[in-house]
Design a protein around this ligand. Structure first.
Ligand SMILES: *[C@@H]1O[C@H](CO)[C@@H](O)[C@H](O)[C@H]1NC(C)=O
Ligand SMILES: *[C@@H]1O[C@H](CO)[C@@H](O)[C@H](O)[C@H]1NC(C)=O
Ligand SMILES: *[C@@H]1O[C@H](CO)[C@@H](O)[C@H](O)[C@H]1NC(C)=O
Ligand SMILES: *[C@@H]1O[C@H](CO)[C@@H](O)[C@H](O)[C@H]1NC(C)=O
Ligand SMILES: *[C@@H]1O[C@H](CO)[C@@H](O)[C@H](O)[C@H]1NC(C)=O
Ligand SMILES: *[C@@H]1O[C@H](CO)[C@@H](O)[C@H](O)[C@H]1NC(C)=O
Ligand SMILES: *[C@@H]1O[C@H](CO)[C@@H](O)[C@H](O)[C@H]1NC(C)=O
Ligand SMILES: *[C@@H]1O[C@H](CO)[C@@H](O)[C@H](O)[C@H]1NC(C)=O
Ligand SMILES: *[C@@H]1O[C@H](CO)[C@@H](O)[C@H](O)[C@H]1NC(C)=O
Ligand SMILES: *[C@@H]1O[C@H](CO)[C@@H](O)[C@H](O)[C@H]1NC(C)=O
Length: 586
């Protein structure tokens, strides 16, 4: 999921000369190693010779983890019909229609095509739990949550979270009971390959095989994401994870294992999830991961560069192994509205697109290379793509998949764009586009829409902009390719503070969000935008990265205080489902 603009709170200090170990980023640059403050010439002589197995990595680099009450795969129990009764409608019906009636008068101009994939999404680290079970190696997030002081809201960990690793049969039964047609999940790289490279863990393959087969048994379409932020810790500590071009081969090998194991049944693949978020998580905190010598401001762009190489190669490999598959990556970011009609604000909007979505979308959908604004910044430190790399990148997606949660206003920085570009200390450098969620005073000073939880300050219900957003994606990047809204959802404000079950289950702003979002997609469809599906985030409350259990995105409530982790449908799930009861062509 998409905590977009959050910048990590640890001190980001340029680690200019403090590298321990190999620096693989630029293969032709010799590694630098310091010993007691002095640079030494023969780094390998000062590398540790000892070997860590998976258990050692957990013990030494993460520490003890919690385990769930249920530690074997549970079979599904029938969903009681009493839990399938929808709630009464909220506000939009002027007549007392009763809870069994359609909640809107049908607009005959609208419909979802028959094959429209409406579904839900989750991600391995946020829902699985069982972090140390059955051979899984640690990921960087296990270290962030266990080792980095005050990193997580309320010191939460994802050790157990929804225990979906063992409860997936029950979860899929509950999705099937509401008629959900698609389930988008991510595969934990360090379950499949505990060190990110090398040996393959057959137990993990068996697990995802059964999850996929369970989906298919319910006629639920499985969509698999290879990487949803959970970089194997071994790769981070060996060469800096996405900072190093070494990750390209390791990612492609991992993709090969996953395609070979699951590609006979999984037709829809996403390579990487939201690079604009995970690349901006660099630099990772130096005290907990090995230090690497790239200046911290440049790290997100090294990551982005390696993402383009890894994604494009994984795409090409996937198409060669599974000719009929649909493969893409997941983009993210809000719709960008100019705050005023000034030319500077229009330019600020363009710069925001260029550095966020455009950093990956322009190479993949338009040219094979970066746009000019990005190039102007990165060309002094990143190598240019070779012709072969450009050719592999261009066209390396079958659809445009966007995690489209919200909208925002963009405008020029104080003092203007040119002054910002001339001042590398400007906090908005190098993007030099400011943003907010508030209209100008001349326009009333209102928020762009109702705010989500205070722990998700990047999220507002701005569904009015969604049709324009989808048109923008089509006109700019997707063109003739289909579009998927690969994530969208809402964190009901202060939901964590509620204690009364029936109150928790009645989530009015989230329900309105889904209702209005579905209308927005219907409008876009009626105007000729080829949206092929939408995947709501999320099917359960889960572990929201640094916000841990502080924010709730679920269309099902999960009682994390109850060791059996019971699930309950919220009103919003019925709202979402109702849109398809009314509008999907039979
Ligand atoms: C890594 O870099 C940080 C920040 O420059 C520094 O405080 C820390 O001592 C370094 N750690 C090692 C192991 O060199
Ligand atoms: C390590 O550096 C300190 C400070 O420069 C110096 O006093 C000390 O002698 C050095 N130790 C070794 C073993 O070189
Ligand atoms: C989280 O852990 C840190 C370190 O142990 C402690 O200082 C802090 O009070 C804890 N925070 C909460 C909310 O429990
Ligand atoms: C791909 O789809 C076509 C048309 O449906 C089918 O004939 C062909 O066998 C499929 N190829 C593979 C490798 O599944
Ligand atoms: C911007 O232009 C549009 C269309 O010309 C107009 O409706 C709107 O009021 C203008 N907004 C501002 C803030 O001037
Ligand atoms: C890599 O090293 C070569 C040779 O030293 C240098 O020309 C190039 O600029 C370096 N590239 C990066 C990205 O540092
Ligand atoms: C960005 O906009 C805010 C107002 O929303 C303003 O307070 C801040 O100074 C601006 N930042 C820069 C760097 O221009
Ligand atoms: C550059 O930006 C920094 C941070 O906003 C500011 O303190 C400094 O005065 C700016 N320098 C110039 C020359 O404007
Ligand atoms: C959650 O579970 C705990 C422990 O069983 C229970 O005390 C509490 O009432 C439950 N909360 C809700 C909202 O159901
Ligand atoms: C029905 O849909 C059309 C096409 O999107 C739209 O123009 C019209 O306003 C809608 N009618 C109502 C009552 O919402």
């Amino acid at each position: 999921m998409a905590p977009s603009k959050r910048v990590f709170l640890f001190t980001a200090v340029a680690a200019a000369s403090t590298l321990h170990g190999r620096q693989a980023l630029n293969q032709s640059t010799p590694p630098t190693v310091t010993l007691n403050g002095s640079t030494i010439e023969n780094p390998t002589a000062y590398a540790t010779p000892f070997v860590l197995n998976v258990e050692d990595m957990w013990d030494l680099l993460v520490g003890p983890v919690s385990t769930a009450l249920v530690t074997t795969t549970a079979s599904a129990t029938p969903v009681p019909s009493s839990s399938l009764i929808p709630p009464p409608p909220l506000y939009y019906s002027s007549f007392p229609s009763g809870q069994q009636n359609p909640m809107v008068v049908k607009n005959e101009s609208w419909s979802f095509p028959r094959g429209f994939m409406w579904g839900v999404a989750g991600a391995a680290w946020q829902v699985e739990g069982a972090v140390k079970d059955e051979g899984r190696g640690p990921s960087v997030w296990d270290v962030l949550s266990h080792r980095v002081t005050n990193f997580e809201y309320d010191n939460g960990t994802a050790d157990i979270t929804d225990n979906h690793y063992y409860l997936y049969k029950q979860d899929l039964a509950r999705l099937a009971a509401l008629g959900v047609k698609a389930y988008s999940f991510s595969i934990s790289w360090s379950r499949i390959m505990p060190f990110g490279r090398g040996p393959v863990n057959q137990i993990a393959i068996d697990h995802y095989n059964d999850l996929i087969n369970t989906c298919l048994g319910y006629n639920i379409i499985p969509l698999a994401t290879l990487y949803h932020w959970d970089t194997p810790l071994a790769l981070q500590d060996t060469y800096g994870g996405w900072l190093s071009e070494n990750i390209v081969n390791d990612f492609v090998e991992y993709a090969r294992i996953a395609y070979a194991a699951f590609g006979d049944r999984v037709d829809y693949w996403f390579t990487v999830n939201e690079p604009s978020v995970f690349c901006n998580q660099y630099p990772l905190p130096a005290q907990y991961f090995k230090n690497f010598t790239i200046p911290w401001q440049q790290q997100p762009y090294y990551c982005g560069h390696n993402v383009l190489l890894a994604h494009s190669q994984a795409y090409r490999l996937g198409k060669s192994m599974m000719p009929n598959s649909t493969i893409a990556w997941k983009s993210n970011g809000g719709y960008k509205v100019p705050l005023t009609n000034s030319t500077e604000d229009a330019e600020a909007v363009q710069r925001a697109w260029d550095f966020n979505e455009g950093l990956w979308s322009d190479p993949i959908y338009l040219t094979g290379d970066y746009n000019d604004n990005v190039k102007a910044y990165i060309s002094s430190f990143l190598p240019a793509f070779t012709d072969g790399q450009k050719a592999a990148i261009l066209g390396s997606a079958d659809i445009y998949a966007h995690d489209a949660y919200t909208s925002q206003f963009n405008f020029a920085p104080d003092g203007g764009i040119a002054a910002c570009l001339a001042n590398t200390s400007n906090p908005l450098y190098p993007v030099c586009s400011n943003s907010s969620f508030i209209y100008t005073q001349q326009d009333g000073g209102w928020l762009i829409g109702p705010a989500a939880d205070p722990l998700t300050p990047w999220l507002y219900k701005a569904t009015d902009w969604v049709p324009a957003f989808l048109h923008y994606i089509k006109d700019t990047w997707a063109k003739d390719k289909p579009i998927a809204v690969s994530e969208f959802g809402f964190a009901e404000p202060f939901e964590r503070q509620k204690t009364y079950l029936q109150d928790i289950l009645f989530d009015p702003i989230r329900s309105a969000y889904y209702h209005d979002y579905m209308e927005a997609i219907l409008i876009a469809l009626s105007e000729g935008v080829n949206v092929i599906g939408c995947l709501a985030w999320s099917f359960v409350d889960n572990f929201e990265w640094a916000s841990a259990y502080g924010v709730r995105f679920g269309m099902q409530y999960v009682n994390f205080s109850d060791p059996t982790l019971p699930r309950y449908y919220k009103a919003s799930f019925f709202e979402y489902k109702n849109a398809f009861d009314v509008y999907q062509e039979k």
